[in-house]
Design a protein around this ligand. Structure first.
Ligand SMILES: Cc1ncc(COP(=O)(O)O)c(C=O)c1O
Length: 397
């Protein structure tokens, strides 16, 4: 059977595939430590679930406005006013089936063949393939670990061309957890200001930050960029709602309208009752978020400390999200049971087989020397996983 050429230039989402494999092993009774999933282990807070139940009972079971119900779009506008002092209207908001879908729609709405998108690497797995699906060109811009996985203004300057249509800013980042502070954003914004490209600010981990780190929107730092920035966000990570599939894009009305047109001819509105739940997530009590972040921070501290104590592993201390992306270069070239570990992919496979620890190899995020561990699992599991990794890598010779 012939399938389109388009499907041949992209890869399936590897993180989802590994999570599925890990789940299967668990179902088979394997005592697996799952450091691969990109989702909080917490359940969705009760008041949010209750809002969905009430919506269902009240008969909120019909199509809604393609862009999302008005109260939810208003709540999103209020959130950005409240959190960052940014003024948007509900016409500048599109609610989609997850942040991923919002990004996909907007890419489809703005990219033509040959347009370039600057994607700093390590990057979240889907940006590149979404760009390819638009017949556009991903321009991968490697960051340096010694710069905290952040691109410098000079690196960004050198990457911008007249063909650059968009620049992706994902802070805190998946997979590194690196985040740009106020000064970093001000410096990048000075480089971006004279250009015409759009800025895609993927703020999905905005609330999951540690220590004294404060998240800023690049639009607050440089209001001149408001007309060129599309903000992406979602309830998935902040409220432990990955399965509900509600995310959104905020920005210029013409871009949002074009993206809504694409959504209207593909999925229509996101699920009505999930929208009711997202509304409660944004407008209801926020104390659970702080509780989850405190817990994530304990786990981050534990995993970073444990990994850095292992020979052959160097782990950057992330400011946000719930991932670590340790460098494993010294382990490459070593052997296990006569088999050489030649790549992060080999190491991930070795850890799955030898230690029953599931992780995602760095190649999928644009780095062959790193591996991603998610610590969105209990502290006990974090400790257990680290012990197993340590015991396994001691066997490498
Ligand atoms: C950086 C980043 N952006 C966007 C998404 C999309 O999340 P969702 O579609 O669940 O809102 C993810 C999910 O892993 C992510 O890590």
């Amino acid at each position: 059977m012939k399938v389109s050429e388009r499907t041949k230039v992209i890869k399936p989402a590897v993180t989802l595939a590994i999570a599925a494999k890990a789940q299967k092993l668990r179902e088979q009774g394997v005592d697996l430590v799952n450091f691969s999933a990109g989702e909080p282990d917490f359940d969705t807070p009760e008041h949010i679930k209750e809002a969905a139940i009430q919506a269902l009972r009240k008969g909120m079971t019909k199509y809604t406005d393609v862009r999302g119900i008005e109260p939810l779009r208003e709540a999103i506008v209020e959130k950005y006013q409240h959190d960052y002092g940014l003024s948007y209207t509900k016409e500048e908001v599109l609610v989609s089936c997850g942040g991923k879908h919002a990004l996909y729609n907007v890419f489809q709405a703005i990219l033509d063949q040959g347009d370039e998108v600057i994607i700093p690497s390590p990057y979240w797995v889907s940006y590149q393939d979404m760009v390819l699906l638009c017949d556009a060109v991903p321009r991968i811009l490697p960051t340096k670990e010694e710069n905290g996985f952040r691109i410098t203004p000079a690196e960004l300057q050198a990457a911008l061309t007249p063909r650059t249509r968009a620049f992706i800013l994902n802070s805190p980042s998946n997979p590194t957890g690196a985040a740009y502070d106020r000064e970093d954003l001000a410096a990048l914004s000075r480089v971006l200001e004279p250009h015409e490209c759009l800025i895609f600010s993927d703020d999905i981990y905005e609330k999951i930050v540690y220590d004294e780190f404060s998240f800023y929107s690049i639009v607050t730092i440089n209001p001149k960029l408001r007309e060129r920035t599309i903000i992406f966000n979602s309830v998935s990570k902040t409220y432990a709602m990955t399965g509900w599939r509600i995310g959104y894009a905020i920005g210029l009305a013409p871009v949002i309208s074009a993206a809504a047109k694409i959504q209207s001819q593909s999925t229509s509105n996101p699920t009505s009752i999930a929208q009711a739940a997202a509304l409660e997530a944004l407008r209801g009590p926020q104390d659970k978020v702080a509780e989850m972040v405190r817990e994530f921070q304990k786990r981050r501290d534990a995993i970073v400390k444990n990994l850095n104590a292992m020979e052959g592993i160097r782990c950057f201390n992330p400011q946000g999200a719930f991932y670590v992306f340790p460098n494993i270069r010294p382990l490459l070239g070593k052997k296990a049971k006569g088999k050489k570990i030649e790549s992060a992919c080999d190491l991930a496979e070795f850890l799955l087989e030898e230690a029953q620890v599931a992780a995602v190899p760095g190649e999928d995020f644009g780095s062959a020397e790193n591996i991603r561990f998610t610590y969105a699992t209990s502290l006990k599991e974090v400790e257990k996983g680290c012990e197993r990794i340590e015991a396994a890598i001691k066997k490498l010779e």
